[in-house]
Design a protein around this ligand. Structure first.
Ligand code: ATP
Length: 233
């Protein structure tokens, strides 16, 4: 569904991606792993069009999306749960969910406000609360719910469980597992690797702006040296 080939992205004169290549297969959970500052968020920005890569190619459903503006990439069906959640603090939960809603995947059973509230019942209880008044976990559910309201074909989550309590993280893994079962394709960036290998299919490890290893969950779980060397665990 998504393919990056030799992507190079810069911040001014500073190069952050050095030939990034990866693939996300339809219906699978793919992860992008690596220590801080290795280029994961830059990869996400390059995919969604908030950063323009200088060379290489990014394809989504066979169509070249590198070089296209972020709003067009979103309309093609790539939804993002951004690092730091970035919900609208002064809008209510309801407003956060409906503000950007769309049916970009043209599915016949799209996500609606009611469906998202059934999926995250705690959001229904907070429907008229301002985003800023939610707990970290509730804000994260809201950020995921908001991305689902775009009805994406590919959902990207950048550090969705950062700073959350273990029980809340477990809740998020359960929801992502449900989304995977529903057929959604997911690209996951997260540090709590041991908690999600069971729902993930393929992993790509990034070091200094390029992929240094990729393989499935069994290959990753069984390779302690790899995890120690590139992930520090
Ligand atoms: P983290 O988990 O800390 O977010 P990351 O793997 O997502 O790390 P990136 O944020 O993509 O890494 O950063 C990749 C490289 O690009 C780093 O060397 C970083 O210092 C650099 N970088 C990121 N943002 C900028 C920026 N706005 N200006 C200049 N350099 C940047």
């Amino acid at each position: 569904m998504l393919e990056l080939n030799g992507v190079e992205t810069f911040y001014g004169t500073i190069q952050a991606l050095f030939g990034m290549s990866l693939r996300c297969e339809r219906g699978q959970v793919t992860t992008l792993l690596g220590r801080n500052g290795m280029g994961k968020t830059t990869t996400v920005g390059s995919i969604i069009g908030t950063l323009q890569s200088r060379s290489g190619e990014i394809r989504f459903n066979g169509e070249v999306i590198s070089g296209r503006p972020a709003y067009e990439v979103a309309q093609l069906g790539i939804g993002l749960v951004p690092e730091g959640r970035q919900i609208f603090p002064n809008l209510s939960v309801r407003e956060n969910l409906v503000a950007t809603a769309a049916n970009y995947s043209n599915g016949d059973d799209p996500w609606t406000l009611d469906k998202v509230l059934d999926f995250f019942p705690m959001l229904r209880e907070r429907l008229n609360n301002q985003g800023a008044l939610l707990s970290g976990g509730e804000q994260q559910m809201l950020a995921i719910g908001r991305a689902l309201m775009l009805n994406p074909r590919l959902l990207i989550l950048d550090e969705a469980t950062e700073g959350l309590a273990p029980m809340v993280r477990q809740e998020i893994w359960r929801r992502l597992e449900q989304l995977k079962r529903s057929g959604l394709t997911i690209l996951l960036i997260d540090k709590n690797i041991n908690e999600f290998t069971h729902i993930a299919d393929q992993h790509f490890i990034v070091e200094k702006g390029r992929v240094v290893w990729h393989g499935n969950s069994d290959a990753l779980s069984g390779n302690a040296e790899l995890k120690a060397r590139y992930l520090g665990i």
